[in-house]
Design a binder for this molecule. Sequence first.
Ligand SMILES: Cc1ncc(COP(=O)(O)O)c(C=O)c1O
Length: 226
Amino acid sequence: MPLSQVEDFVRQVPDDVLVVLDEAYIEFVTTEDRERGPLLYRKYDNLVVLRTFSKIYGLSGLRVGYALCAAEIVAALDRVRQPFNVNRLAQVAAREALRHQDQVAERRAENARLRDLLAARLAASGRRTLPSQANFMLVDISGLRVPQEEVATELLRRGAIVRDGASLGCPGWARVTVGSEAEIEFFLDKLAELETGTTAADAAGPSRPDADAAGQSKSDAAGGSA
Ligand SMILES: Cc1ncc(COP(=O)(O)O)c(C=O)c1O
């Protein structure tokens, strides 16, 4: 959603009602909106902008993030937050990560390239996606040989992890994370199996591109970006 629409919404909310804007994926955004959230909280005292180091920074295992908001809200949060809620190692890592915006920019550009590739490859096979600025997108899962509510489980059985859109309020869609080129091809291959009705047992396709001997995906490993 463009930030102008967010602002229209915030403007309509009474001053004594808090609005929380979750910007967990903001660093993946390639439009000029990326830098604007922090400007908004300066304009609206009832707006809290949340950021995390779990996504583009890849530090999910360290449990560190921050809020941008008016000093009055910071004081209120300070009274209720647990003491030592972000440990020192996490703070050091987060501060160091912030210094490497060149790497963040590289990841953003690479994600955008692969996001376009995933959307284009799906479009070429006649499958709709919704426009995304994040590192995931919603993919239309209609017209497969399995009921929509079983698509995520069937893909999981084949080694491709997606989230069922129904659990996000979007039945008929799957939330698919942008992966490497090999992971995108792997996912498309598994989706094609559900189009043709090939069973997981029949399909002796390639193993997951990032699976190690224990079958764990690198991107699922603790500390990776979520
Ligand atoms: C939309 C959204 N907001 C916030 C988070 C929170 O991330 P964390 O609790 O790791 O900072 C996530 C992580 O999955 C997310 O997907």
